[in-house]
Ligand binder design. Sequence first.
Ligand code: NAD
Length: 536
Amino acid sequence: MIPRRALIVGRQHYAHALSTRASTILSAVGIPAESELPGVYHGEWVGSGDVLESVCPTTGEVLARVRSASPQELQTALGKSREAYTWFRMLPAPKRGEILRQIREALAAKRDELGALVSLEMGKIKTEGTGEVQEFIDIADYAVGLSRMMNGRVVASERPGHSILEVPNPLGVIAVLSAFNFPVAVYGWNLALSFAAGNATLWKPSPSTPLCSIAVTKIISGVLENNGVPGAVAGLVTGGKDVGEAVIESKDVDMVSFTGSEAVGRQVGKVVQSRFGKVLLELGGNNAAIIMPDADLDLAVPAVFFGAVGTAGQRCTTTRRLYLHRHIAPAFIERLQKLYSSIRPGDPLEQGTLLGPLHTRAAVGIYSGAVDRLRKEGAQILSGGSSYQGLAKPLDGGNFVMPTIAVPKSVNIKDAVWSQETFAPVLCVGVFDELEQAIAWNNGVPQGLSSSLWTRDLRNVGKWIGPAGSDAGIVNVNVGTSGAEIGAAFGGNKSTGWGRESGGDAWKEYVRWGACTINFSDEAPLAQGVQFSSTA
Ligand code: NAD
């Protein structure tokens, strides 16, 4: 048997000719094509662990090989993150905000180039790739403002001459473990808040999108360097499951912000809880759209189309379940099928393409498994139902599948076809008579990320957003399930993990709160009038 080490050393001399399509994009973001790239940053770039391959989902071309973090490099990165935190926490928040503003500018200057890289490496269409970078820019703007507004408060004390303050302070080292499908924005949401709050952030991206994380980290590290800030304030450790596990187990990590599947999130939650660390979970979604008979179908049909087919069904907020009122069901389905039949797979980098590939070969298997199961259980397949065969070069090397509409025999919400997230463009349709029934179906699954009601009747809106309404974290009206803005806190309930990131009050997760009671008086009374004076 060849020792693994030898295999890795052998790969060090790896060089390959990249397509022009890929090399243009990589060189625009400063990623050299000819050698293995170091995948760890903690003030300097290193990397001698396992090799990660970045594979283009559209063509199957290997874009680059990246050296992930060895166990020793990971420990060094963790140590440097902690050192960086002890320095950074003393920098006044508005000064941190000013550096964040420069990061925002640096990202904006490379918006299109980074957007193209997201499209190349993840496979989403370019406008969505660029949109993802824009999301990072937006949250950076937001956090620059926050850096002057992360206020605590003064609370009235029941004791004379006392004041109570609630004081936010930097929390420590925040590890961000992210999923493949938002290889830039999820980190952006976390970094911007964590940075403004005075923490060091250590990023463990998806092992299949290392190039996005390297390009983003290069941009940020340039700004940090210009400002004399230790690079480990925004560190990077690429790697797979092993690196992820070591990060979440580390007592040097004060909070783990994890975005990924429910299965992995369940383990991450347990591990971090067991060491009493703080954990923020953003897990799978199984999102429903409900269409009432009074809905404006001119708006609802395209929104469901985008929700179900956009990003080839690989958003956590993708529309996976469609509940149609009996009165409009045939008309809605007819119009939706027409849109589905118009879609063509294409290079996501080319303007006009709406359908890119799935991210990996494994995802094609998951898609096929889900469609097989639907067929076996007697579902009607109205559109799609298989992967694309015989595409022209270079798309023949890609992971293209047909967006699928299925009508299962019944809406038994406990069945796997309804209750599990299939991370692919498979939309299941059910027909209802009463809104209450549709809300029960919406709420009857383990996940609780996004949901959407289409109606013009204010009474329906009241039901939907009220106590007996949708139990998801995102409760939209006449807006699809996917495509959130950064201003509100983003996240889901139940098995989606209860985490909140981005806007709203999410920043409060990234600080440690101290309740400080201060006595300015010459007495020392106890709260609630408790007497404890000794007579001696
Ligand atoms: P995944 O769970 O396979 O991986 C997520 C991250 O966890 C990766 O960085 C991976 O390397 C790491 N990891 C894997 N095993 C680990 C372990 N045992 N310990 C620590 N880390 C480990 O998810 P994925 O396939 O990359 O992403 C798709 C999933 O993410 C979908 O379920 C999707 O809904 C979800 N997602 C959720 C949100 C949200 O905000 N709710 C956003 C994007 C994606």
